[in-house]
Design a protein around this ligand. Structure first.
Ligand SMILES: Nc1ncnc2c1ncn2[C@@H]1O[C@H](COP(=O)(O)OP(=O)(O)O)[C@@H](O)[C@H]1O
Ligand SMILES: [Mg+2]
Length: 388
């Protein structure tokens, strides 16, 4: 079979008979050329991210809200890989209450790992540039415990892998990433590209959003881990936006768009490899950034308005209710015993405060039981609803 080459790389026949793809180094040669539509998409994506960064400064308690956005992105990004959980399960797991068993429990643990991996990466960026070392550290967090154990957490692969339907092998795979030596060379180049801006500030650079698009696609093509490449590649987007100072908090849940357009997502990645179509991929990516950034701005607006209204309602009810509402923003699933401790009141007072918030429509009892009831801050959680 004839070797196929494109601007994105070349297909190389391996001695054992299969074809692997070896990416060309970033940046693409010739460079990415946006047509007028692309230029327009770029400036709109840019503006939308600017709005999102702006509204972040208005959030009353940024860490709490950002935490919810991060959980939302973690759920969506994991769902793309067939990992199923819900916001409620994630929150309960984080509170030490493991909600289910079997696959459900594993999946929830992986989503919680994703949240931890992203937070870890953001913190670590204060000490270390986005680099292969940091990528491996984040992968170790992502794959910690659970099913990743036999999948070399934190280690680049030392064997050939492939992407394909269940049961596919190296010859029938839809895509075979670079063999290990080529993978290592591609990773070195990938890291150089990440450091380019810092090391050669004088050189013309790609706008940051386009840089994210290139970095994500290249990472998926290199596919350097045995598992977790999709999720890690999507984490890289938030980390890069942070490191470049474009979006300091991880407020963009691009996975909503990638999940909703999953087949096009994969087709666009394939077209980069097959036809060198960096332009098509970039435009697809820019559309997603604009769309999800504007949605996140809308969510932030709703959250800000909701918080004001909820605080007003609660303070009209009394001091305990006010304190309880504050507590619920941090712990949106709770029970009477927990509230009793937090408000430092007797059981009946705690129960009465919850009941008053329930009557005001702010919380809902979720179990239907008479004992060990769980109260859900539904009016708040529903603002972050992840479509199933
Ligand atoms: N044809 C393709 N070419 C390149 N990358 C692809 C292709 N199809 C899927 N991918 C990427 O591979 C990811 C899945 O890889 P995997 O290592 O299983 O990630 P995860 O463990 O996070 O599930 C997808 O999310 C997508 O980003
Ligand atoms: Mg996987």
């Amino acid at each position: 079979m004839e070797a196929m080459a494109s601007r994105a790389g070349r297909t190389v026949a391996q001695a054992t008979g299969y074809l692997a793809f070896v990416p060309a180094p970033l940046p693409p040669e010739p460079s990415v050329q946006l047509d007028p539509e692309g230029t327009d998409l770029l400036s709109r994506a840019d503006q939308a991210l600017g709005k999102l960064e702006g509204i972040a400064t208005l959030l009353p308690n940024p860490d709490l809200f950002v935490g919810m956005y991060v959980r939302k992105e973690a759920l969506l990004s994991s769902q793309i890989e067939g990992i199923d959980s819900t916001l409620d399960e994630v929150i309960r797991f984080e509170e030490g209450d493991e909600p289910a068993e079997g696959k459900r429990l594993h999946d929830t643990a992986e989503v919680v790992n994703y949240v931890r991996a992203l937070n870890y990466g953001m913190r670590r960026l204060a000490e270390l540039p986005l680099s292969l070392r940091l990528i491996r550290e984040i992968h170790a967090e992502l794959m910690h415990g659970v099913r990743g154990e036999n999948k070399a957490p934190g280690e680049f692969r030392v064997t050939q892998n492939w992407i394909g339907a269940k049961g596919a092998n190296l010859s029938t795979a839809s895509f075979v990433p670079p063999p290990v030596p080529d993978m290592n060379a591609a990773l070195d180049n990938f890291e150089k590209f990440l450091h380019e801006r810092r090391e050669h500030p004088g050189r013309p650079q790609y706008p940051v959003i386009l840089e994210c698009a290139l970095v994500h696609a290249q990472f998926e093509t290199i596919h350097p881990f045995l598992d977790g490449n999709g999720r890690l590649g999507r984490l890289l987007i938030a980390l890069l936006l942070h490191e470049r100072g474009v979006l300091l908090k991880p407020l963009l849940y691009l996975s909503l768009y990638l999940k909703g357009n999953r087949l096009e997502y994969y087709d666009r990645l394939t077209a980069v490899r097959k036809n060198g179509d960096w332009e098509g991929w970039s435009k697809f990516f820019l559309r997603g950034v604009e769309q999800t950034a504007l949605e996140a701005v809308e969510t932030a607006r709703k959250v800000i308005a909701f918080r004001e209204q909820a605080m007003r309602t609660a303070s009209a009810l009394g001091a305990n209710e006010s304190k309880l509402i504050e507590f619920l923003f941090a712990h949106p699933l709770t029970d009477i015993q927990t509230v009793e401790k937090h408000l430092d009141v007797v059981y009946n007072t705690a129960a009465a405060a919850i009941r008053r918030l329930e009557s005001a429509g702010l919380v809902k009892e979720t179990t239907g039981r008479r004992r060990s009831r769980v109260y859900r801050f539904s009016t708040y959680l529903d603002l972050f609803e992840v479509p199933a």
